[in-house]
Design a protein around this ligand. Structure first.
Ligand code: NAD
Ligand code: TYD
Length: 348
C-alpha cells in the first residue's frame, strides 16, 4: 500500500489531483494535507471524501514541528506538493505570507521527506508543482523552455522560484529523487474567484464591472485544469528523476480577447442580449510589475511522455462556464465573508 502525501489538495488544482489519484489508484492511500486557508475548501472534494483510500489532514506546512511529526508518524512513500499561496495580487500586498508557505513550507516538507528515508530513497519521489511565472516575462516572441533562466518579477513568482531551487538543491546535495513541473495558467471548475476567469464569470452573473488591468494586452497560455492533473499523474509515475517538465496549453490569449469570448459565451448561456456582458468591461489601474506574456514550450513532456491537452480552449471554457452556472451554491459560499472585504480593498 503506497502512502502518498498530496499538499494543498483542498485548493483548485490540488482537488483535481487528489480526485484523480484517489479514483485511479485504489491501492494507494492518498493523504491530503491542507491548512484550509481562504483558498482551501473541503467542499471541492465532497464527491470522493468517503472513499476508503482517502484521508484529510488539517495542518500548516510552515509549521516545522508539525511537519516533522507528520512524516515520522506516516512515513510517506511519495509527496506531490501543491500547497501554496498562489495569487500574484495578494503577494504584492503581503509578500511574507508567500515566503512562509511557499519557501519555508517547501523546505519543511523536503526535510521531512529527507529525514524519514535517510538517503535510502529507492523508488521514493518528491514531486514539486510549480509555475511558468518563475521564468519572468516574454516579449512578443519566443517560448519558455526547461532551460530558460529564472527571472521572477512578482513576490509570488520569486517565492515559487526559490522553492524550485531548494527542491533541485536537495536533489543535488542529498540525492533526493525529485521532479518539478512548471505549468501555465490553469482554468476550470473549483477555481477561486479571485483569478481572472472565475472572477469575471462571477461578476458577469452579478452584472458587476469586469476590471481589466492596464490595456488588456497581456498574454497568458491557458490550460484546462484536468489536463494539468493528467500531466501530474503521468510525470509522477513516468517522469525521470531530477528533471523538470514544462506543461502548457499551446493556447495563448490576450486578456481582452479572452474576456470578450467569455462575455459572449455568458450572454448565450444566460440568455442575455448579445453584447450585454461586454458592456461591463472596465479598464482599471494596472498591476505593478505586470508580466507582459507567458507562453510554454511543452514539447519535452509531449515527446518524452506523450502528454498533450485533451480539450480545446473553447470546449474547456464551455465546460467551466457550465460548471459555475450549475454550482451557484459553491460560488455563493466562497464569495461570502472574507471575500467581500478582499474585493472591496482590491478593486476600490
Ligand atoms: P490555490 O490557491 O487554489 O490552493 C492552494 C491550497 O494550498 C489551498 O487549499 C490552501 O488552503 C493550501 N495552503 C495554502 N497555504 C498552506 C499552508 N501553509 N499549509 C498547508 N496548506 C496550505 O492554488 P492552485 O491554483 O490550486 O495552485 C496549486 C499549485 O499549483 C501552487 O503550488 C501553484 O503555485 C501551482 N500552479 C498554479 C497555477 C494556476 O494557474 N493556478 C499554474 C501553475 C502552477
Ligand atoms: P491571474 O488570473 O491573476 O493569473 P496570473 O497573474 O498568475 O497570470 O491573471 C491573469 C491575467 O489577467 C493577468 O494578466 C492579470 C489579468 N487580470 C485582470 O486584468 N483583471 C483582474 O481582475 C485579474 C484578477 C487579473
Amino acid at each position: 500500500m503506497m502512502k502518498i502525501l498530496i499538499t494543498g489538495g483542498a485548493g483548485f488544482i490540488g482537488s483535481h489531483v487528489v480526485r484523480k489519484f484517489v479514483k485511479t489508484y485504489p491501492s494507494y492511500t492518498i493523504y491530503n494535507l491542507d491548512a484550509l486557508t481562504y483558498a482551501g475548501n473541503l467542499e471541492n472534494l465532497k464527491d470522493i471524501d468517503a472513499l476508503p483510500n482517502y484521508e484529510f489532514i488539517k495542518g500548516d506546512i510552515a509549521n516545522e514541528e508539525f511537519i516533522t511529526r507528520l512524516f515520522k508518524d506516516y512515513v510517506f512513500d511519495g509527496v506531490v506538493h501543491l500547497a501554496a499561496e498562489s495569487h500574484v495580487d495578494r503577494s504584492i500586498s503581503d509578500p511574507m505570507a508567500f515566503v512562509k508557505t511557499n519557501v519555508i513550507g517547501t523546505v519543511n516538507l523536503l526535510n521531512g521527506f529527507k529525514n524519514i528515508w535517510q538517503g535510502n530513497f529507492n523508488d521514493k519521489r518528491f514531486y514539486h508543482v510549480s509555475t511558468d511565472e518563475v521564468y519572468g516575462s516574454l516579449g512578443a516572441d519566443g517560448l519558455f523552455t526547461e532551460t530558460t533562466p529564472y527571472d521572477p518579477n512578482s513576490p509570488y513568482s520569486a517565492s515559487k522560484a526559490s522553492s524550485d531551487h531548494f527542491v533541485r538543491a536537495y536533489g543535488e546535495t542529498y540525492g533526493m529523487p525529485y521532479v518539478i513541473t512548471n505549468c501555465s495558467n490553469n482554468y476550470g471548475p473549483y477555481h477561486f474567484p479571485e483569478k481572472l476567469i472565475p472572477l469575471f464569470i462571477n461578476n458577469i452573473i452579478e452584472k458587476k464591472p469586469l476590471p481589466v488591468y492596464g490595456d488588456g494586452k497581456y498574454t497568458r497560455d491557458w490550460l484546462f485544469v484536468e489536463d494539468h492533473a493528467n500531466a501530474i499523474d503521468l510525470v509522477f509515475h513516468k517522469g525521470s528523476n531530477h528533471e523538470t517538465y514544462n506543461i502548457g496549453g499551446f493556447n495563448e490569449w490576450q486578456n481582452i480577447d479572452l474576456v470578450k469570448l467569455l462575455c459572449d459565451i455568458m450572454d448565450q448561456k444566460l440568455s442575455r442580449p448579445v453584447g450585454s456582458s461586454q458592456a461591463l468591461i472596465s479598464y482599471v489601474k494596472d498591476r505593478p510589475g505586470h508580466d507582459l506574456r507567458y507562453a510554454i514550450d511543452a514539447s519535452k513532456i509531449n515527446k518524452e511522455l506523450g502528454w498533450k491537452p485533451s480539450v480545446t480552449f473553447e470546449e474547456g471554457l464551455d465546460k467551466t462556464v457550465d460548471w459555475y452556472l450549475s454550482n451557484e451554491e459553491w460560488l455563493n459560499n466562497v464569495t461570502s465573508g472574507d471575500y467581500q472585504e478582499y474585493y472591496k480593498n482590491m478593486y476600490k
